[in-house]
Design a protein around this ligand. Sequence first.
Ligand SMILES: [Zn+2]
Ligand SMILES: [Zn+2]
Length: 178
Amino acid sequence: MLQLETCNLNPVRGRITVLTNTGVCMKILVARIPEEGSAYTGSDPGTIMDVENDPLISSFGDVYYELYAQKVSGELIVRGTLSAGVEMRCARCSEFFSTTVAVSDFLRAYPAPEGTDQVDVTEDLREEILLHLPGFAVCGESCKGQCAQCGANLNDGPCDCAKNDSPNPFSALDGLSL
Ligand SMILES: [Zn+2]
Ligand SMILES: [Zn+2]
């Protein structure tokens, strides 16, 4: 986990990235948002996704965001789009493959009463991206998967199980003369 509480605020105008001694977090500086709202566009390293221990995901590429934040009667409304490249494990053949996860409808409201300095959106961006990952990810529609017997990746060609005729429980009957 990123230690968000250790963030040293070092905002870049128009972005929400905050560099810290442990990585990156994303904060919106509420006090600086004008009446009409502020747009934030940028990308952050995939390490913010913190998926080191996830067996189905090997890594994330940069996380791109286009967000718009507006103060509305004591709340901060943040909406926009997110996207990131991701290396996922195929549910059929178990090989990792590259795909893109996109969120077209990010929308969150944060309590932001008068005097609120900043809102950390890192966890919500992360959660939303994870929610949009495919539940049954396959490397391609034509993926042949793994051999149920030897575990070979059948996309690399047929395994020996397919070459040797599988034993047929009824074949012994052929030898019987009735
Ligand atoms: Zn596959
Ligand atoms: Zn096999």
